[in-house]
Design a protein around this ligand. Structure first.
Ligand SMILES: [Zn+2]
Ligand SMILES: [Zn+2]
Length: 377
């Protein structure tokens, strides 16, 4: 009998604990798509309770990356809904767990594409958490460190995550311009430095959108001679303004003449279907090409092996964002060198987000839409 009683007490305690933990969950609201139809609706949900090593960030700005659009439309395979996108987040710390040392309440913090990883594997140890098999993405992912809770992103009024994956933002920074650095910035900064691009190098930037216009600025800052490739006449002046020496409209055969074997490094940020082989031919001997734009899986560009063999001694690699340490380095570098995205601020409404998505798809954005989450009603 005594044993039954003690078992009952243990069970009741466990239940009470579960209920208290439940009560500590953090209410959040923002915008979600409920199906792959691209329609945003106001959405309320709960985030897990603040852990001892975690911080709660009130979102100030969240920007719109083309990969949000791919996810919303299911371009990269089956997605889970409801989905709150957003992995370029700038905000203010409103609560800290008891073991947090990196942030205090009132500090500014940024969040990019990841909120956690295993911390033990070779990739994590090398500062390449983005390749960890247990990485937890900022949204549309299962968080195995929190009972497989489905993560939700930055188109919302707050986010909770381990301090290790939050990026420190200096208080005197223009916060609305910082958000896009957390993905567009690091995704281009990382391969440019991995390829050791140097002063005087001839660099090609294929795709001149949110990522491309950051790549141009990083390469120009190093002292490279930059050629921009896109499929419109409308961005010619912008490329020059950001320091490119040449602009190539790929749809104009005249523009493409004389470019073979001319570039040391090419970064492709193109998020749609295209022929990568025209760029491979432009690489000099020992030249390198980095792919960072990820087109829909159904229309994935292909490089046949024979092309690599006949145009040997060029290197091709892919790159995905960058690790947390490098993201902080990129952020500090960008601010020190006054390198920022060009942004257009939109209010936090479903309608404004949907219009922005369409404009990105139509190539009309210059260069990043940023949602002012402070206007959320
Ligand atoms: Zn992104
Ligand atoms: Zn790992």
């Amino acid at each position: 009998m005594k044993r039954v009683w003690s078992l009952t007490i243990v069970l009741v305690m466990a239940l009470l604990n579960a209920v208290t933990a439940q009560n500590k969950t953090i209410p959040s609201k923002g915008f979600a798509v409920l199906a792959a139809d691209g329609k945003f609706k106001p959405f309320e949900f709960n985030r897990h309770a603040l852990g001892d090593n975690e911080i709660l960030i009130e979102t100030l700005y969240a920007s719109i990356c083309h990969s949000d659009i791919h996810h919303v439309h299911g371009d990269w395979g089956k997605e889970e809904f409801p989905m709150v996108p957003g992995h370029e987040i700038a905000g203010r710390v409103s609560k800290v767990g008891k073991n947090v040392t990196k942030f205090k309440v009132g500090d500014y913090a940024g969040v990019g594409c990841m909120v956690n990883s295993c911390g033990k594997c070779d990739f994590c140890k090398a500062g390449l958490e983005q390749y960890c098999k247990d990485v937890v993405l900022t949204y549309h992912d299962k968080d195995q460190f929190h009972d497989n809770e489905v993560t939700q992103g930055g188109y919302s009024n707050n986010i909770v995550l381990t301090e290790n994956f939050a990026i420190k933002l200096p208080a005197n920074t223009d916060m609305k311009k910082v958000a896009p650095l957390l993905c567009a910035g690091i995704t281009t900064y990382s391969p440019i430095h991995y390829a050791q691009v140097k002063k005087g190098d001839k660099v090609g930037v294929a795709g001149f959108g949110g990522l491309g216009h950051m790549a141009v600025q990083y390469a120009v800052k190093i002292g490279a001679e930059v050629t921009v490739f896109d499929i419109t006449e409308e961005k010619r002046a912008d490329a020059k303004r950001l320091g490119a020496v040449k602009y190539v409209n790929v749809n104009n055969p005249e523009d493409l003449k004389g470019l073979d074997n001319s570039l040391n490094f090419i970064i492709s940020t193109i998020p749609a279907s295209y022929d990568p082989n025209i760029y491979l031919k432009m690489l000099k001997i020992d030249g390198q090409m980095a792919f960072v734009g990820l087109p829909p899986y159904a229309k994935m560009p292909i490089i046949p092996i024979d092309k690599l063999i006949w145009q040997g001694n060029r290197k091709v690699f892919g790159s995905q964002i960058g690790g947390i340490k490098e993201t902080q380095e990129m952020l500090d570098y960008s601010i020190a060198n006054n390198i920022y995205p060009e942004v257009e601020i939109i209010p936090a409404t479903s309608k404004a987000i949907e219009v922005a998505y369409q404009n990105v798809l139509d190539g009309k954005v210059k260069f990043r839409y940023v949602i002012d989450m402070k206007t959320l009603k």
